[in-house]
Write a new protein. Structure first.
Length: 214
């Protein structure tokens, strides 16, 4: 006896077809090559922080990881640890950063000495845009003053360290390190008036002596 083709048979075949299609897509997806994470070996960075004596605290370490894709794709994970002040353990807790959002930021309280150092390590991948141009994930480090602004440095953009993960060779990633700019001391208004009061009469006396040949 021949089996009559019923409506529920068509639904069953269609469902089976969908399942087969989805299974094929998943199989093809799993066969695609995965982008392997690149290991960024431990790098130690040391900074001269003696110039912070001219600025007003309390001071804060500001550590940021910016996602180059802008999508928060989570393909870069970094650890910042082994914080040293004047070569001794500082007690500052380690920091973990992953670019699951456009900007990932961690802050730590900081009492400066003459030098400051930390280790940076982790894994990364090189981000690119739709045209194949490199748009790297970026780690940056700055020290904030008591008013929340960055302590001035020799960097045009501010900050003390920038690491752009723009190369598959860890030793070739762009790394820019800067120095703190010493504060410029400006005299108090009273002290400035006193200084002018001493300089101006002295200058007049010198001109009078030159005029009269004395």
């Amino acid at each position: 006896m021949r089996h009559q083709f019923c409506k529920h048979d068509w639904i069953g075949l269609r469902t089976f077809g969908y399942i087969g299609f989805i299974g094929g897509v998943l199989l093809a997806w799993s066969a695609l090559p995965c982008s392997a994470q690149i290991t960024y070996p431990t790098q130690t960075f040391t900074f001269d922080t003696s110039a912070l004596n001219g600025y007003v605290g309390p001071f804060t370490l500001d550590l940021q990881l910016t996602d180059g894709s802008g999508l928060g794709n989570g393909n870069t994970s970094l650890t910042v640890d082994n914080f040293l002040i004047d070569g001794a353990a500082s007690g500052i807790a380690s920091v973990s950063l992953t670019d699951t959002t456009f900007l990932t930021e961690e802050m730590r309280a900081f009492t400066p000495g003459s030098t400051f150092a930390f280790d940076l390590s982790g894994t990364y991948d090189v981000d690119t845009d739709g045209m194949g141009n490199i748009t790297p994930d970026e780690f940056s480090f700055a020290i904030l003053q008591g008013d929340g602004t960055e302590a001035p440095t020799t960097s045009p953009a501010g900050g003390l360290l920038i690491v752009d993960f723009d190369n598959a060779a860890p030793s070739a990633v762009t790394t820019l390190q800067y120095q703190i700019v010493p504060a410029v001391n400006t005299p108090e208004p009273g002290a400035l008036a006193l200084l002018i009061g001493l300089i101006v009469p002295g200058g007049l006396l010198q001109r009078w002596r030159r005029k009269h040949g004395r």
